[in-house]
Design a protein around this ligand. Structure first.
Ligand code: G6P
Length: 376
């Protein structure tokens, strides 16, 4: 299949713009608008029976999606969840217990470390009871991949073909798959009320329009903003709770395509090290969405500002207080915290993109990186 840039300067920008459509495709696939069956992932009915633990293996951006997934699976469905890098899990696997579900998350379905970790799990389960063998799930954008052949159960992420090496729309699609999985589990295990389930699904349905609004109203602003950062050597991204993995993802996007050193940190941990790095040359991007950690992120941000860091806020609070705290403010729609990663990652993708584009770098094919890493 021939994929074209359709007037966009780079595939990455085109793919960022495809995200509202990707979220719509995932909504259609996972949430069929029916009171009896609110979520459909096509998994066998006994797949979740007696589930006690979930472990997720992944690499790179998929690993960040898995961290958001852990938050959702624990907070919505109440299932203890561990997230591991494929490359680490291989050499120090978690002891196998009977009622554990292992999930491999890989956009390409070809990442060697993730496949090896899953292969090892498959082998470990052989000859054990049925439950052991049945409990492998793949989340992938390519069901026809090696992963797809390896495991019986797949959630297809509906991202469409992604050309840019730095993942954007496939990440959003992976997040959507985790909303589907966590809600399906929560519903079947009766960990969530029907009303709450409906409320979250209704909230999810608003997100495509909210992403469109960010693209329409903030892209030009971000393009201007980055004029100040072409010489910047270090960036810090902070977030807490469900937005901590988004801080990691924002930092990864920037590293991958702009070659600027960046770290993602849980805002509350700044005082245990990274705060020593801060001065007027090190900007801090804070994800501060209203919810149970909002005040905490704000106070962590004020500590950074007191060290002269330029503070960029990604928030839905667009009032006098926010304008005073943040040097630069990138507003997103006011959605509940648990849905916010789908929105907060968008400005971070645009920030990384525009810095790299402004530096004249090869955004779609960054040096030393590959779209999928098929060697250990
Ligand atoms: C490579 C790509 C990343 C991707 C990672 C995992 O490093 O450059 O964008 O996140 O592999 O890829 P996967 O296909 O397993 O999601």
């Amino acid at each position: 299949i021939m994929v074209e840039k359709q007037g966009f300067k780079h595939f990455m920008l085109k793919e960022i713009y495809e995200q509202p459509g990707v979220v719509r495709a995932c909504l259609e696939a996972y949430f069929p608008n029916s009171a009896e069956i609110p979520v459909t992932l096509g998994l066998p009915a006994d797949f979740y029976a007696d589930l006690e633990q979930i472990q997720i293996v992944a690499c790179g951006t998929s690993w960040h999606a898995a961290l958001v997934g852990k938050y959702l699976l624990e907070q919505l469905a109440g299932i203890p969840t561990q997230v591991q890098y494929g490359s680490e899990f291989r050499y120090a696997p978690t002891p196998l217990t009977a009622n554990t579900l292992t999930i491999g998350v890989t956009q390409s379905g070809e990442t060697a470390d993730t496949l090896a970790a899953l292969g090892m799990e498959k082998e470990r389960r052989q000859g054990k009871e049925f439950k052991y063998e049945a409990r492998l799930l793949g989340i992938t954008n390519r069901p026809e991949s090696t992963l797809g052949q390896m495991v019986d159960n797949i959630i297809n992420t509906h991202g469409g073909i992604e050309i840019g090496v730095a993942a954007t729309k496939t990440f959003i699609a992976q997040l959507m798959a985790f909303y589907g999985l966590a809600l399906d589990l929560a519903y079947r295990r009766q960990a969530i009320t029907q009303d709450r389930l409906t409320e979250i699904i209704t909230g999810l349905r608003q997100l495509p329009a909210d992403i469109e609004a960010i693209l329409e109203t903030q892209e030009k602003y971000i393009e201007q903003l980055v004029h100040d950062f072409v010489e910047t050597k270090d960036f810090i991204f902070v977030g807490r709770g469900i937005n901590f993995p988004i801080a990691l993802e924002g930092a990864l996007k920037l590293k991958e395509i702009s070659y600027i050193h960046a770290e993602g940190y849980p805002a509350g941990e700044m005082k245990h090290g990274p705060i020593a790095l801060l001065d007027s040359k090190v900007p801090v991007v804070a994800i501060a969405m209203p919810g149970n950690v909002y005040e905490k992120v704000i106070s962590n941000s004020q500590e950074a500002k007191a060290r002269d860091s330029r503070l960029i806020g990604v928030t839905s609070v667009n009032d006098g207080e926010a304008a005073e705290i943040f040097n630069d403010l990138i507003p997103v729609a006011d959605v509940e915290e648990i849905l916010s990663p789908i929105l907060t990652v968008i400005p971070l993708q645009l920030l990384a993109y525009h810095i790299a584009a402004r530096k004249g770098l090869d955004v779609d094919q960054p040096r030393n990186l590959a779209k999928s890493v098929t060697v250990e």
